[in-house]
Each structure stands twice: as C-alpha cells, then as structure tokens.
Design a protein around this ligand. Structure first.
Ligand code: NAD
Length: 341
C-alpha cells in the first residue's frame, strides 16, 4: 500500500519534501499546493509535479498562464496525509481545514508545539508518533541539537547540555531578509526558545541555549557543551557520533573549517541544491575532559528536516519500525554514513 501525501506550501521546505516523497517506495505524491503564482510554481509544473492552487489564487494562476491540476481542497481530499510546509503560524491556521476534512497532518517547527499531538525527531522519539494524527517536526536548529544529543545518549549518560546557536539570517532565495551587517542577539533575554523546543521531545533534558543571527545564508553553526557521567575520550565521542545515522564527521585532515567549505563539498559530491540533510560536525572541534564534551557542528537549515518528515509519515501510519524507516529514508535520499570527507 502506498500512502498518498499532499504538500501544502511549496517553498524552501515543501519543495524538498516533495522531491523526497517521490523517491519513497511506500508513498505517492498527490501534488503540492501553492498560494503564489511564482517561479517556483512554474518549476514544479515543469518537473511533472501536480500543482494545486489556493482557492483565492485561481485567477492569479490563470492570468500567469500556469497550468494547475485542481484546488488545494481537492488535493487535501485526495491525500491520506497532508504535510504542511507553509510559513510560521500559517500551519496552525490551516489545521481547522485538516480537521474538517478529517485528514492527518504533519506541521513544521515554525508552529507552536500545541499544534500537534507530539513533536518529532526521528532518532529521539520515532515511536511516540505511532498512530498520532497530528505531528510536528521540530525546527532545523532543534533537529540538529537533538540528533547530536540522542546519538550521544546511546553511549553516555547526559547530565546537561549547553548550546550557543549561530543562526543563518535567511535562506538563499530570500531577498528581503536581514541582517546584512550586524550580529543580532536572538533574543536578548536568555535562554533562547530552542531549549524549550528540545524539551518538547526530550522532556527531562537539562538544556540551556543562547542564539545569535549572523549575515549568512548557508548553514547554522552550534557550539555545544555536554556534561556526561564518566570521562569518555575524544575518540569515543567521535566514534559514537560517526556511528549514528544522519551525523557526519568532517575529518581532521580535510582542512575544512567553515560552512562555505562544507557546502562546497556538498556541491562537489553532487548533492542536488547542495543539500546536506546530515548534521556535519568537525572532528577536530571535539574536546573531552573531566566528563565534559565540547564540539562544533553545522546544520543545513534548508534540508535537515526533510528525512524527518518522511519518517513522520511512516511513524504515524505505523508503516515501518524506527530503524527500518530511517534506513529506507536514508538510502532513498542517498544520505551518507560516517564521514562527509
Ligand atoms: P517558505 O516561505 O520558503 O515557503 C512557504 C510556502 O508556503 C511558500 O510557497 C508560500 O507561497 C506558501 N504559503 C504562504 N502562505 C500560505 C498560505 N496561507 N497557504 C498556503 N501556502 C502558503 O517557508 P519555509 O522556509 O519552507 O518554512 C516552512 C515551515 O518550515 C515553517 O514552519 C518554518 O519554520 C519551517 N522550517 C523552515 C526551515 C528553513 O530553514 N527554511 C527549516 C526548518 C523548518
């Protein structure tokens, strides 16, 4: 049986999830729904993706000469699950429609946690989404933090986690966002919301976060410190992270020490849109002494949540067990294991 998936919102995240769903042997993409008759709508049609349009935008699409297959409501009726990838806060407004059509839905991290029955991060709490009707995939930053924490949790008993998040200001396609010449405290008053967001998945985690926005579009960078019981060696920490799914080491000999070079590597290895859904940590940044681990890793915000959305569908419909789903998602999306380079 193939689960029919409809995607509402075809921007940075929606377009990537659409491509990923097409690659899944147990899913069928009904189509994507768009509000704006823009270049991304034209590209979707050129790629053979069925385009459904918001009921209030029909004239706009007709005037722009963009072919479409039906309305958003028609897509929702045909799909068995909706992945909502609309901008922050819009997903919560759309929920009434999903409820009235009795449709399960997956929301993104820009929504408040109470939009869903459970917040989701595949490595951490896959099983909690089993049979749930509304699931929220946590944000790009939270997904990155949780991947590292849950990988470490497999081998070490974690006492507390402290993270400084250096956030990209905008995605590459966003022409009107900033800052272009400042470092912005995000927020000024601590902690940042990321700690609470992580706790929607790991409720007992002792975590404190501080975030700053910087003028770059490529990736986020997190500087993390983790206190654990015992005193693991640097090598043990690296081995633990590199044996985890969706986390890649950047080797000491590679000479890479920046997000620009990570993205260039993603380009060089032929990643579509230079996407890197895996978290990339710098092996040389790992320091471990007296039960305290320090490390720096980078998060490709545009693609990190894509595999999580695919797994969320399988968890909701109980299509596969956790490891089987993660493994299938990773192989169909061509994710790597161990080291990026
Ligand atoms: P986006 O602005 O790139 O795309 C949103 C899409 O939804 C656009 O196609 C837009 O036209 C459409 N849209 C706007 N209003 C709509 C409406 N009322 N109804 C239907 N469609 C509408 O946004 P994004 O960056 O893809 O973010 C989507 C969600 O994913 C947000 O919750 C965001 O927080 C989350 N997220 C974003 C990133 C990221 O780095 N961009 C990473 C992780 C999670």
């Amino acid at each position: 049986m193939k689960i029919k998936v409809g995607i509402n919102g075809y921007g940075t995240i929606g377009k990537r999830i659409a491509d990923a769903v097409i690659k899944q042997p147990d899913m069928e993409l009904v189509g994507v729904s768009k509000l704006n008759a823009d270049y991304e709508a034209v590209t979707a049609v050129k790629k053979g993706i069925k385009l459904f349009v918001d009921e209030n935008s029909i004239e706009k699409f007709k005037n722009a000469g963009i072919d479409f297959s039906g309305t958003k409501l028609e897509m929702i009726k045909e799909a068995q699950v909706i992945i909502d990838a609309t901008p922050d806060g819009v997903g919560a407004k759309n929920k009434a429609l999903y409820i009235s059509e009795n449709k399960p839905a997956i929301f993104q991290g820009g929504e408040e946690p109470d939009v869903a029955d459970v917040s989701f991060s595949a490595l951490c709490n896959y099983d909690e989404a089993n049979g749930k009707k509304y699931v929220r995939v946590v944000s790009c930053n939270t997904t990155g933090m949780l991947r590292i924490v849950c990988a470490l949790k497999k081998n070490f008993k974690i006492k507390k986690v402290r993270v400084v998040l250096i956030r990209r200001a905008a995605d590459p396609r966003e022409v009107k966002k900033g800052p272009i010449n400042s470092i912005v405290l995000n927020p000024v008053q601590l902690p940042s919301h990321h700690a609470d967001d992580a706790k929607t998945v790991l409720r007992d985690l002792d975590i404190f976060t501080m975030a700053y926005v910087v003028p770059t579009t490529l990736m986020h960078v997190h500087a993390m410190s983790v206190q654990v019981e015992g005193n693991p060696s640097k090598e043990e920490v690296i081995k633990t992270l590199e044996s985890s799914r969706r986390i890649l080491g950047i080797s000491r000999g590679s000479g890479i020490g920046s997000t620009a070079e990570i993205i260039e590597t993603a380009r060089d290895i032929g990643r579509v849109r230079y996407d890197l859904p895996e978290v990339a940590f710098f092996e040389d940044s790992v320091h471990s002494s007296n039960g305290e681990i320090f490390l720096t890793y980078a998060v490709h915000q545009e693609s990190i949540v894509v595999p999580e959305n695919v797994d969320a569908v399988r968890a909701m419909f109980k299509l596969k067990e956790k490891e089987e789903s993660i493994s299938l998602t990773d192989s169909t999306l061509g994710l790597l294991r161990g080291r990026l380079i």
